[in-house]
Design a protein around this ligand. Structure first.
Ligand code: DGI
Ligand code: FE
Ligand code: FE
Length: 190
């Protein structure tokens, strides 16, 4: 894949800030990929496309969820959860990317899931820690990402759930599955 072409393609769909975020996620993911022996190219491609459907009209995203293999329960949750799954379908159609590992790193970048691949973890963490972000507790996650990818992903998952609960938002099952699975990997069976 030609990186310049891919960036030019996604730029059409994004605001200036979102495009800058996308480039920073890709740079961050490349660093993590090298550190944790994940394909640098796959990490870069998944990152470039991870948010490219973020601004699709809600009706279009809804229709894609209704008419493809995507799980219908997404429609019962906040539309913020739709852009990853929708992008994983659209990149194949619109850009010819059919690689399942890349598609699933894009699919699960917002929620995570149980049994995440290393590529999925890299994109999930890179999206959270890219240098333009400013969440409470972020420095701790950035430090952890240098030492232990699983523990860093666990912090992302925990922080996201804490944040959503503070706002009285509902939490999609995959978001919990990610947290539970990462907690088990780190802390064992309880
Ligand atoms: O697209 P980005 O802003 O780069 O980041 P993202 O795709 O990781 O997250 C988008 C939003 O989705 C973010 O505000 C957190 C939120 N989110 C993550 N998991 C859940 C969720 N929102 C709800 N309602 N439920 C979830 O399980
Ligand atoms: Fe996103
Ligand atoms: Fe993002």
């Amino acid at each position: 894949m030609n990186k310049k072409d891919a960036l030019a393609f996604v730029e059409n769909y994004l605001t200036k800030e979102r495009f800058e975020h996308t480039k920073r996620v890709a740079e961050t993911a490349v660093v993590l990929a090298n550190q944790y022996h994940v394909s640098e190219e796959n990490a870069e491609i998944a990152s470039i496309f991870h948010d490219y459907c973020k601004y699709r009209p809600l009706e279009e995203m809804k229709r894609i969820i209704q008419t493809t293999y995507l799980p219908k329960d997404l429609l019962l949750y906040h539309h913020e959860l739709w852009h990853g799954p929708v992008a994983s379908v659209k990149i194949e159609e619109e850009y010819g990317i059919a690689d399942d590992e890349i598609k699933s790193a894009i699919y699960y970048h917002t929620t995570g899931r149980a049994n995440m691949s290393d590529l999925e973890l890299v994109v999930f963490v890179a999206d959270y820690i890219e240098p333009g972000r400013n969440f409470p507790g972020l420095d701790e996650v950035r430090e952890m990402a240098k030492k232990d990818l699983i523990r860093a992903a666990w912090m992302v998952s925990r922080n996201t759930i804490q944040y959503l609960m503070q706002k009285n938002n509902r939490i999609y099952p995959d978001t919990f599955y990610a947290y539970n699975d990462l907690t088990r990997l780190i802390h064992g069976g309880n």
